[in-house]
Design a protein around this ligand. Structure first.
Ligand code: ZN
Length: 488
């Protein structure tokens, strides 16, 4: 329960006197609203424990003081008084966000407006979308949020997939062609693609279904622009187009989903895994296990109340909900044997000293009446259920993600000088990870949101409204080669 925040005027302080009195704080816009968060506990993403919060002071979009003894607020200030059972965390970061939905089983499309609100309501204040079907939609929403014209998390974009997966699931084996990533794509075309998307302001590149030769060119060209890369490497069903070891040697910065191709512990080669993990630690390569996606329907059945704790279907339009329900549950993404192998890979990385390399990503392409924003908490739960300590999981969701994306100078910890991406949850997520989903306040870029209001505004909104409203929701795959590239 939260006590709310009040506009409190104390004394005759004017804003300028107030800022002069605090000369040790970083320069900020003195006309910006200040907010004091008092009470409760802080988990600051660098520690394995909570400490009492005496006061966090925000000004505009910045954190200006932590552990401050200040207990008064001025005429332009807000006070957020926490109860003793509340915990303050740095906003969560999703390293494998998908804003995509598939209502017709004909391919996913990205919807960034309402999904952004759902993410934010779940305490996720930054996302990197790991391969976009409609990159321009993500870019447009990213810019609107940046400019204060829309509400949402910090959208760090990826552009489209780099590789044959640009054609979604149409490409099954290496021989299949994709108009958006032709089999005879030239080295120059690959470099031009990296350059083009770099200029749109993407943060990192997602490689999926590219050959070793193509992968090397993508990684090298990305590095020229200071961009990182990650990859889904088990791409053409049983054909390994780029092995994890090769990708890391080429300079890939993060690995998604899995380290070995093995589909069960019986098939796995422990020596190969040990070699990969050692190389990841040597080169500080991040790992995004996406356990909730692998566990999918099996894990949801096993932990029904911890995985599904609210009605997510109500955020879809009645028509869209009808489409999804008529289709029924999709098959599990993997069986228990494969899930166990993915858990082994994660735990081996952790035991070898790779706790700082684990990041949190949902990878929830929506085929059901479940949503990516809520999936973030399914992932936190799955990571704890797999055997990671809660503190390790909370750091994976905050500081590790920030470092992996190269934004740890801005977000990821609660520290003066960083951006005010802060959430307040009811309870202690170090004891019970599901407390992380019981969110009282979300502050993103200094703006305070009520998660319940955010969610209410999404009810009955996601998806087509009726049979005449399909166009926005149909996948379009633009060819790589065409005269006018500006309309990509
Ligand atoms: Zn994905």
């Amino acid at each position: 329960m939260w006590l709310g925040y009040w506009f409190i005027a104390i004394f005759a302080f004017c804003a300028s006197n107030f800022s002069q009195a605090q000369t040790s704080w970083p320069e900020t816009n003195t006309s910006a609203t200040t907010t004091l968060i008092r009470g409760g506990w802080i988990f600051d993403s660098l520690r394995d424990e909570r400490r009492r919060n005496s006061g966090i002071l925000l000004q505009g979009d910045q954190i200006v003081a932590v552990d401050t003894a200040q207990d008064t607020v001025t005429i332009n200030s807000k006070l957020i008084q926490l109860t003793d059972d509340q915990t303050i965390l740095s906003g969560f970061i999703d390293l494998h966000a998908h804003y995509s939905l598939d209502f017709f089983y004909e391919g996913r499309v990205d919807e960034a407006y309402y999904n952004s609100l759902v993410y934010l309501a779940n305490g996720v204040t930054s996302t990197w979308s790991a391969g976009e079907m409609n990159p321009q939609r993500i870019i447009d929403q990213r810019n609107k949020i940046q400019d204060g014209e829309a509400i949402g998390p910090r959208l760090l974009s990826s552009g489209p997939y780099f590789g044959g997966f640009r054609c979604e699931y149409d490409v099954k084996v290496a021989e299949d062609d994709c108009v958006a990533w032709p089999n005879d794509i030239t080295d120059d075309e690959i470099r031009q693609e990296v350059d083009y998307w770099t200029n749109t302001g993407i943060r990192s590149i997602k490689i999926k279904q590219s050959t070793p030769h193509e992968t090397k060119i993508i990684i090298d060209q990305a590095k020229k622009h200071g961009l990182t890369t990650t990859g889904h490497l088990a791409n053409y069903l049983v054909e390994y187009d780029v092995s994890t070891l090769d990708a890391i040697t080429m300079g890939m910065d993060r690995i998604e989903h899995q380290l070995l191709l093995a589909l069960s512990p019986q098939e796995a080669d422990p020596n190969e895994l040990a070699e990969i993990i050692q190389l990841m630690i040597d080169k500080q390569v991040y790992y995004d296990p996406n356990l909730q996606m692998y566990g999918s329907v099996n894990l949801r059945q096993k932990h029904i109340h911890d995985m599904i704790w609210t009605d997510e279907a109500k955020y879809f339009t009645p028509y869209a909900k009808g489409l999804l329900e008529a289709r029924g549950s999709p098959p599990p993404e993997s069986d228990w044997a494969e899930y166990r192998q993915r858990v082994i890979e994660l735990l081996e990385l952790y035991k070898a000293g790779g706790a700082n390399l684990i990041v949190t990503g949902t990878d929830e392409p929506v085929y059901t009446t479940l949503l990516a924003g809520f999936a973030y908490h399914r992932e936190l739960f799955a990571l704890v259920d797999a055997g990671l300590p809660n503190a390790v999981v909370l750091k994976a969701g905050t500081i590790n993600g920030a470092k992996a994306l190269g934004i740890d100078n801005l977000v990821g910890t609660i520290k003066p000088g960083k951006l005010a991406d802060i959430i307040v949850v009811n309870g202690n997520p170090l004891k019970d990870i599901t407390a992380a989903r019981d969110i009282a306040h979300v502050i993103a870029n200094g703006i305070i949101h009520n998660p319940n209001n955010l969610l209410q505004s999404v009810e009955n909104r996601i998806g087509p409204k009726n049979k005449d409203d399909h166009e926005f929701w149909m996948l379009e795959i633009p060819p790589l080669r065409r005269e006018n590239t500006s309309s990509r």
